[in-house]
Design a protein around this ligand. Structure first.
Ligand SMILES: Nc1nc2c(c(=O)[nH]1)N[C@H]1C(S)=C(S)[C@@H](COP(=O)(O)OP(=O)(O)OC[C@H]3O[C@@H](n4cnc5c(=O)[nH]c(N)nc54)[C@H](O)[C@@H]3O)O[C@H]1N2
Ligand SMILES: Nc1nc2c(c(=O)[nH]1)N[C@H]1C(S)=C(S)[C@@H](COP(=O)(O)OP(=O)(O)OC[C@H]3O[C@@H](n4cnc5c(=O)[nH]c(N)nc54)[C@H](O)[C@@H]3O)O[C@H]1N2
Ligand code: SF4
Ligand SMILES: [Mo]
Length: 725
């Protein structure tokens, strides 16, 4: 008799959050369905989660720990046991610590996955201040930091209560595909279906732009100017929320003066958005209540990121939409993070964090959650300055695809003495390591999670099955620490989750008596939300107790307390001499539903639908280069050249080119697996200038040129555009 059961679980194939029902038969997952009661997805799921079995049972999954057999990058691997892997890692790290200090070890992770908080915890326990995350200076964290400093919390959009937003300002975000993790797309869709009006700020005509009352097709990299121009209209026309501003905002007058530098006519010249559109959109935002902000990574990819994020955020403050039903809410996280073990890192070690004194909002001691500056770490590995990085330990990070300047990242990995990579698959990054470890996929691990944008929801992920010898990253941190005799080995991951729940219960009585074992039975839990908490508290959690339009923290840290626009370092206006050879503005990103960052390229069903990355080109521009839809195209920047397939459409400015991100070809020969062929980060740079606050580099608004690849015959021209395009 075969045993068949249905288990409630949570998909984590993106940042995660969809509740699912797994049918398990004789220890194998045989069916994945969305849970109709799932608080975030309400019976819906995306293709990545639905194809979870193809991922789970993919023949190319890493199955066992392996050690490099030949030369580094030689693609020869030898199976070893977990014990051997732990011993070798412990031994090598001990040697590096002894010769170079713990700071010579860099712990690298990728975008916010289940082990997100366990990585800094492990790094602190190891004694190194140098842990990195490729999105930290350029994905979400600038928004979190600005929120904390100016509002005293990390704000997010409200789709959770009775009142839905009447207006959604979608800024640099393609929410149909990649909202938050991807999972909030269903809730945003509901709010739009309920009648929310849209304003979309995006260089591409996304599905959201198509449905918008106002689509502001700006020049990539000029968002701060646009936001300041909208503030100019709202403040000068007196259509801001006077009550909220008078009572709860600090620094109105200095902000009013600052925005005088950004009249719509000047902003139109900078952004390429007509002045009247800026005025109309600003008026609609200020007069449609409640309004919310759905922002994305499109505003976090220039060296002016922090001030851009600030300028956009202030629109929500002056229009009085903060912490009101259907507006922009104060932090919806209810579960404290796993303890980072900050006390285990001495002050002296903390000061050694690369970027600490320069990028003070990213890496400085003022930040409760500081991380190292990636370009400084990569440089240190290559040049040994200011001190050498000798080891990279990767947990869910394919840096050669996700960091700017793919070649430089690869050089840094080659220069290091000892590298480890824990992943689901053998990636180009893993190929430059000495030990690889097989990671558990989402159905194979225990985890508890609560993201700031999950509407007071706590979700549990359960180990439903296990394939081969994979483990969860959390298990490895605990076991490896124990092997190294570090002060973090005694616990199990469950102990850590119990402790998180215990701390949460101190604040939320509804959680009283609920431990991880109980949470696994319940699967998910939502806690009611109260609005306008600043009124009950008698203020905001900022130094002045108000929303800081003029930031006293920025001032103290030596940064401009008011937002400003700065032309991107490479652009038609700041580097006009480059324009002759590189006449187009390049932006990178623009996600696809099947692929999460650089993941999923092994999945046959995904590749059948979308086999090769696409470069988006306006028909006029394509014609000028003799390019037709589906042709292969070379895209070049001052840094290098890649190839992508032309997607010719008129939803993009003729002067702008968009390249897809994250592409490599697992089927091609290692160690590169084609990671320099179509990877848009061959075109980007990791050199200064960086954002002065967060150290961000430029991934959008660069310069490029295109040319038809005559030597390439397109295999097929049948790529289906994503839904809604
Ligand atoms: N040019 C350009 N560059 C970009 C971006 C862009 O828009 N344009 N976007 C940036 C952004 S926003 C981000 S967040 C970064 C993303 O950067 P990363 O998060 O580093 O993304 P990936 O390169 O996909 O690497 C993640 C790796 O983790 C593995 N993995 C998945 N789940 C697990 C797990 O549970 N455990 C372990 N150990 N491994 C796992 C995957 O197989 C994959 O190889 O890239 C950034 N880079
Ligand atoms: N399916 C899927 N879902 C994902 C991911 C994925 O790779 N695939 N990645 C995850 C990660 S790590 C993140 S950070 C999020 C990212 O998700 P999003 O924030 O949606 O990021 P992108 O799609 O790269 O870019 C958003 C939009 O910004 C526009 N854009 C480009 N340049 C500019 C600019 O200069 N200014 C403005 N205003 N807009 C610009 C692009 O045209 C695009 O439509 O999605 C997450 N979810
Ligand atoms: S949106 Fe994210 S959590 Fe939901 S099914 Fe897709 S990958 Fe999974
Ligand atoms: Mo990201």
């Amino acid at each position: 008799m075969s045993e068949r059961k249905t288990v409630k679980a949570a998909c984590r194939s993106c940042h995660g959050g969809c509740s699912v029902l797994l049918t398990v038969e004789d220890g194998r997952v045989v069916k994945i369905r969305p849970d109709p009661d799932g608080p975030l997805n309400k019976g819906k799921m995306c293709i990545k989660g639905l194809r979870g079995m193809e991922l789970l049972y993919h023949p190319d999954r890493l199955k066992y720990p392996m050690r490099r057999a030949g030369a580094r990058g030689g693609c020869e691997w030898q199976r070893i046991t977990w014990d051997e892997a732990y011993d070798e890692i412990a031994e090598n790290l001990a040697k590096i610590k002894e010769s170079w200090g713990a700071e010579a070890i860099c712990v690298a992770q990728g975008t916010g996955r289940h082990m997100f908080h366990h990585v800094p915890r492990f790094a602190n326990t190891l004694g190194t201040p140098n842990w990195i995350e490729p999105g930290f200076a350029q994905c979400f964290f600038p928004r979190v930091q600005v929120g904390m400093m100016c509002f005293g919390a990390s704000p997010i959009a409200d789709y959770y209560g009775e009142v839905k937003p009447a207006c959604i300002l979608v800024w640099g975000h393609n929410h149909e595909v990649s909202s938050a993790g991807s999972e909030c797309q269903f809730l945003i869709g509901e709010a739009i279906a309920a009648g929310a009006k849209l304003i979309t700020v995006d260089p591409r005509k996304t599905p959201s732009a198509k449905r918008s009352e106002h689509w502001l097709r700006l020049r990539p990299g000029t968002d701060a100017a646009l936001a300041l121009g909208m503030l100019h209209v709202i403040l000068n026309e007196g259509i801001y929320d006077k009550d909220f501003v008078d009572k709860w905002c600090y620094g109105f007058e200095p902000l009013r003066q600052r925005v005088q530098q950004y009249p719509p006519e000047r902003v139109a010249e900078i952004t390429w958005v007509p002045a009247q559109q800026i005025i109309d959109a600003a008026r609609m935002l200020a007069t449609t209540r409640p309004a919310t902000l759905e922002w994305g990574v499109g505003i976090e990819h220039t060296p002016n990121t922090t001030q851009t994020v600030r300028a956009v955020a202030l629109l929500m403050a002056v229009t009085g939409n903060y912490d009101v039903p259907g507006g922009w809410l104060e932090d919806l996280g209810v579960l404290p993070a796993a303890d980072h073990n900050n006390h285990l890192l001495s002050e002296e070690q903390g000061k050694k964090r690369l970027g600490e004194s320069e990028y003070r909002i990213l890496a400085g001691s003022h930040n409760p959650f500081p991380s190292a500056h990636i370009p400084s770490v990569i440089e240190a590995a290559i040049s040994g300055q200011p001190y050498p990085i000798k080891s990279f330990l990767h947990f869910g990070n394919n840096g050669i695809l996700s960091n700017a300047d793919a070649h430089k990242t690869a050089r840094a990995l080659r220069a290091a003495e000892f590298n480890v990579c824990m992943d689901l698959f053998m990636t180009p990054t893993a190929q430059l390591c000495d030990i690889v470890l097989p990671a558990a996929a989402w159905m194979e691990l225990d985890e508890i999670h609560c993201a700031p944008d999950w509407g007071h929801t706590i979700l549990t992920q359960k180990q439903v099955v296990r394939t081969y010898e994979c483990k969860s990253d959390e298990e490895v941190f605990c076991e490896l620490s124990a092997r190294m005799g570090l002060a973090y080995g005694a616990e199990t991951p469950s102990d850590i989750y119990d402790e998180q729940l215990r701390r949460a219960a101190e604040q939320y009585p509804a959680l009283e008596g609920i431990d991880f074992a109980r949470m696994k039975q319940i699967s998910y839990l939502q806690i009611p939300y109260t609005y306008k908490k600043y009124e009950q508290r008698g203020g905001f959690r900022t130094p002045t107790g108000k929303v800081e339009l003029y930031s006293t923290i920025f001032e103290k840290l030596g940064y401009d307390p008011l937002p400003y626009y700065e032309e991107p370092p490479e652009s038609p206006y700041s580097t006009p001499e480059l324009l002759k050879a590189y006449p187009y503005v390049l932006t990178t990103g623009g996600r696809r539903p099947q692929y999460f960052c650089s993941e999923g390229r092994q999945m046959e069903s995904f590749r059948r639908a979308h086999n090769f990355p696409q470069v988006e080109i306006h028909p006029q521009t394509a014609a000028a280069h003799g390019i037709e839809n589906g042709d292969m195209v070379y895209i070049s920047s001052p840094r290098g050249k890649i190839i992508q397939k032309a997607w010719v459409h008129d939803g993009i400015d003729p002067r702008v080119i968009n390249c897809e991100y994250g592409w490599w070809f697992p089927e091609q020969a290692g160690p590169e697996h084609g990671c320099f062929t179509a990877n848009c980060n061959v075109l980007t740079s990791m050199e200064a200038p960086f954002d002065p606050c967060m150290g961000t580099y430029q991934l959008r608004g660069l310069l490029c040129t295109i040319e038809k690849a005559m030597d390439y015959v397109p295999g097929d021209r049948t790529d289906v555009p994503p839904r809604g395009w």
